[in-house]
Design a protein around this ligand. Structure first.
Ligand SMILES: [Zn+2]
Length: 118
């Protein structure tokens, strides 16, 4: 299965949603379409490190309010202000300047940089 679908599979890893899967794979310079079984240990370590970084920052920002997310106190999160690819189709990738693209993978909108993410 594609690595993005693997990250979204709640039977494998609980709690990673579509927004964070896109952001994690962008930070890890990993194509969402790479087959999960083809990643080396070093590549998985890169994905895990990116996940830790993204989720720590998103938690510190109290989540990502791109639609109706509110925290326990009814406030919007602020991580939407730090997104690098999700919801940014046509915008410049902050790493390389290439336009971020959106495609559908396993029925989910998938945002990625075709230049950075191989
Ligand atoms: Zn890029």
């Amino acid at each position: 299965m594609p690595v993005k679908s693997f990250l979204l599979d709640q039977n494998t890893i609980a709690g990673i949603g579509n927004i964070y899967a896109c952001e994690i794979l962008h930070r890890a310079f990993m194509s969402p379409w790479r087959k999960a079984g083809s990643l080396s240990l070093k590549e998985w370590q890169r994905v895990a490190a990116a996940g830790l970084c993204i989720l720590r920052k998103a938690t510190a920002c109290r989540g990502t309010s791109v639609s109706d997310w509110l925290d326990l106190h009814g406030k919007k999160g602020e991580y939407q202000n730090h997104l690098t690819v999700y919801g940014r189709a046509g915008c410049a990738c902050p790493h390389c300047g290439e336009k971020v693209q959106r495609m559908v993978l396993s029925g989910r909108g998938t945002y990625f940089c075709p230049s950075c993410q191989k």
